[in-house]
Design a protein around this ligand. Structure first.
Ligand code: COA
Length: 391
């Protein structure tokens, strides 16, 4: 039975900062951010967007009545969840009006969470071929103003429906993975900003990629010639390029050129959003499918490298289904990008410093400024209040 990605949705908040202007404000050459890091725009979430609302907004565009009846499992990958106990998936389940006979859980391992969710979803569909699983990956990447990580912040979410006989991509069975207890990036329970050993995380990302890629080649009869593209977890778009470059010499020049061109297409969305942590690999896949100027052939094999600091890495593959392009939401995404509003560096700094109360007091937020259908409208008695404006 074929199991894979039936639909992919995406959401990013409506505000962004231009990286050239951030570079000027931070007294660095703009090319460091636009070429050295590879980012053009950085999404800035207003207080009315959190990991729950972004995931729900991403799912809203792809879910129809048939999906609502068939989804019996919601798996929410995040490392910027809103509660230590209740899962973010339950909020989304309610906001979307899904069928009550469902499991709804949250999974965490840094930027690897959504991949763990997809692998779990595959197992569920193998046992329950009639059902569908909603996988969410949603995060706000925060390192802090004037930090080395600042240029790699961002915010957004992806939503994927995993089902039998998928319309976009069948996920193949073979997968190679690796765990190693390292401290390259972490966020203690008491901190709303991540701690990171940036250079070490870059080295480990590449070492993990090389290990799982070599293992994949050893355990299959495939090599780089079998791939149309490789999509990477993209904390910033230069990162995946560094990993790709370590293996390009394995193939002739024309194949190298094809892989590099497809890599560029796979980074367009990420370049304009920033890091969205666990959704970032799937945003890259979406970017490849929607931003490639000529459609890829059905049957094309795409490699996927997932990396979650701390660390877990995985390499797995998917094969495109015929007419996959008819099942994408490219027009929605073009509109989403076109309708965003640029804010100045000082406005971004102000928004960054505005945080929700952490002392149990109530707050009411103005959701009229936020064009998203699903927003956080406040906190009452320690409970986040969510609104779906479409209901
Ligand atoms: N023009 C072009 N490139 C320039 C440049 C210029 N004027 N100035 C600098 N650069 C390049 C550097 O050569 C470097 O490229 P390289 O990595 O290919 O060598 C790149 O820009 C970044 O410069 P660097 O000095 O290393 O940046 P930094 O010390 O400010 O930190 C990170 C970069 C990624 C380590 C930092 O943003 C970070 O910690 N991010 C969060 C962690 C992360 O994303 N980890 C990834 C794995 S999950």
């Amino acid at each position: 039975m074929k199991i894979g990605i039936d639909k992919i949705g995406f959401y990013t908040p409506n505000l962004y900062v231009d990286m050239n202007k951030l570079a000027v404000a931070r007294d660095v050459e703009p090319e460091k951010f636009t070429i050295g890091i590879g980012q053009e725009k950085m999404a800035v979430p207003p207080l009315t967007q959190d990991s729950v609302t972004m995931a729900a907004n991403a799912a809203l565009e792809i879910i129809d009545e048939v999906d609502k009846e068939a989804i019996d499992f919601v798996i929410f990958g995040t490392e910027t969840g809103i509660d230590h106990s209740k899962s973010a998936a339950v909020y989304v389940h309610h906001l979307l009006g899904l069928h009550p006979n469902a499991r709804s859980i949250e999974v965490k391992h840094a930027c690897y969470g959504a991949t763990a969710a997809i692998q779990m979803a595959k197992g569920h569909i193998a046992l329950n071929p009639e059902s569908k699983v909603l996988v969410l990956g949603s995060d706000i990447a925060r390192y802090g103003l004037n930090t080395a990580g600042e240029s790699t912040q961002g915010a957004g979410a992806v939503a994927l429906i995993i089902s039998a006989n998928p319309k976009i991509m069948t996920l193949e069975d073979k997968s190679t993975y690796l765990t190693s207890d390292i401290m390259d990036f972490w966020r203690p329970i008491y901190s709303d900003k991540a701690f990171v050993n940036g250079k070490f995380s870059n080295e480990q990302y590449i070492a993990f990629f090389n290990t799982v890629w070599d293992k994949f080649k050893e355990e299959t009869d495939m090599d780089l010639n079998d791939f149309e593209a490789i999509c990477y977890h993209l904390p910033y778009t230069k990162m995946g390029l560094k990993a790709l470059r370590t293996i390009l010499d394995d193939v002739p020049e024309d194949v190298q050129e094809k892989l590099k061109a497809n890599y560029q297409a796979s980074t367009q969305y990420n370049r304009n959003v920033g890091n969205i942590y666990t959704g970032s690999l799937y945003l890259s896949l979406l970017s490849l499918l929607e931003e490639k100027s000529e459609d890829l052939d059905s049957g094309s094999r795409i490699g996927l490298f997932s990396y979650g600091s701390g660390a877990v890495g995985e390499f797995f593959t998917g094969v495109l289904e015929p007419n996959y392009q008819e099942h994408l939401y490219k027009n929605h995404h073009d509109e989403l990008f076109a309708s965003r509003k640029e804010i100045s560096v000082s406005e971004y700094e102000e928004i960054f410093e505005e945080t929700l109360p952490a002392d149990g007091s109530n707050i009411e937020l103005d959701i009229n400024e936020d064009p998203a259908p699903i927003c956080l409208s406040g906190i009452t008695d320690n409970m986040r209040q969510y609104v779906n404006k479409l209901r």
